[in-house]
Design a protein around this ligand. Structure first.
Ligand SMILES: Nc1ncnc2c1ncn2[C@@H]1O[C@H](COP(=O)(O)OP(=O)(O)OP(=O)(O)O)[C@@H](O)[C@H]1O
Length: 262
């Protein structure tokens, strides 16, 4: 269960941006959907504790991470959330193994305990990264880099996963396959995920519920589990593009995802 109700303002010279959003859901996979610059990343940063709202609260599974009125503001490390950054933010000078283990180290203690090392190894195996565990991120494909970033986000056994445009760095050919992979990882980890995206197909393929952003506010929420048609969901999400013909849809699936079933 994630419950967010926050107000914050950021300034950049004479420019200011006001964010005032409120949403709550028990859905395992929620999306924050909206145009560029509408406040999605600021929301994720506030949930992770990287930005401090001036008012409101953030609750996760009944735990209060932030509450302005009660003076609660947990440090990012204490919040128990995994963060997958846009473009992954892997350390180029560290190996895959060191990147994954990084979240478990501190300034004072750089070496992992045997138990922590075992956890890193199990993630390396689970994500199919054994052959490249000692390689640096620069030599990996986009999909492999995403897996390293996901393993790093999960290494501290978080109670929620925050995903900032998880497919932004990938070419369209890879997106379909990696959406399925991400869905499987989130299902296996049994923790709720909150994903931000401005790609409507990410929402339609992955999310149970979507909160639609506009100018720093949530203007609509859309329940995608109702079993209504994709076209209906598209319209509810505010997608004005003309509806795709079945032939074009099939072509797009063939191009992105390989042969369609049936
Ligand atoms: N640290 C900051 N200081 C000042 N302004 C900021 C800061 N971070 C974001 N902004 C501004 O706040 C607004 C919302 O930014 P945000 O990154 O949340 O948008 P977004 O919906 O995530 O967009 P995108 O999909 O492009 O990532 C933008 O106008 C942005 O320029």
């Amino acid at each position: 269960m994630i419950d967010v109700d926050i107000e914050l303002t950021v300034r950049d010279g004479a420019r200011r941006f006001d964010l005032g959003v409120r949403f709550a859901t028990e859905a395992p996979f929620a999306a924050l959907y909206g145009p560029s610059g509408s406040g999605k990343s600021l929301t994720l940063q506030a949930i992770a504790g990287l930005l401090k709202p001036r008012a409101g609260h953030v609750r996760l599974d009944g735990r209060t991470l932030f509450d302005a009125a009660r003076g609660i503001d947990l440090a990012p490390r204490e919040r128990g959330v995994g963060y997958l950054f846009q473009h992954y933010a892997l350390f180029p000078h560290l190996s895959v193994r060191q990147n994954i283990g990084f979240g478990l180290t501190t300034w004072r203690r750089r070496r992992l305990t045997p138990a922590q090392q075992a956890r890193v190894d199990s993630l390396i195996e689970r994500f199919g990264l054994s052959a490249m565990a000692d390689s640096r991120p620069g030599v990996l494909s986009g999909g492999q880099q995403q897996r390293v970033a996901l393993a790093r986000a999960l290494v501290r056994e978080p109670s929620a996963l925050l995903l900032d445009e998880p497919f932004a760095a990938l070419n369209p050919m890879l997106r379909g396959a990696l959406r399925r992979e991400l869905a499987e990882v989130v299902r296996q980890a049994r923790i709720p995920a909150l994903m931000i995206t401005h790609d409507i197909d990410d929402v339609l393929e992955l999310a149970d519920v979507a909160f639609v952003y506009q100018d720093g506010q949530v203007v609509r929420d859309v329940d995608l589990r109702k079993g209504e048609s994709r076209d209906h969901a598209r319209r509810a999400l505010g997608d004005e593009r003309p509806v795709e013909s079945p032939m074009r849809q099939k072509l797009r699936h063939l191009l992105n995802d390989g042969p369609a079933a049936g």
